[in-house]
Design a protein around this ligand. Sequence first.
Ligand code: CMP
Length: 137
Amino acid sequence: MERTLSIIKPDAVKKNIIGKIIDRFESNGLRIAAMKKILLDRNTAGEFYAIHKERPFYNDLVNFMTSGPVVVMVLEGDNAVKKNRELMGDTDPKKAQAGTIRADFAENIDANAVHGSDSLENAKNEIAFFFTQTEIR
Ligand code: CMP
């Protein structure tokens, strides 16, 4: 059993499709172990994406992730990290396989509907970034 962090990004929250995205997870063997809707401030978003600090898209990424509320979740299930990434599809919605969350709901590589941890180690760090142990059930 693994846990991974998922974020429903501001574009998807604005489109009122939180439920549609959560349905993809629940219908595919992932369980929501923790969840909250929050507005990220620039410091928090910047720290969360610190790994991308030197990338040319960093500023736009922080601007976008603070442009409206997000839903942060811990997903739990067998191979949760890989399964979540398969359900999300490629980072760039234009390259994402048909039937994936990003192919169906995302506009472009910035407004790409969801974030998911890319490894088990990053999942542990990202979960601890947003949730305390007692919030995960
Ligand atoms: P996410 O999985 O949240 O991780 C970092 C985000 O940066 C990524 O999704 C994209 O939304 C955004 N991004 C913008 N441009 C790029 C790029 N060229 N490569 C990777 N991520 C990018």
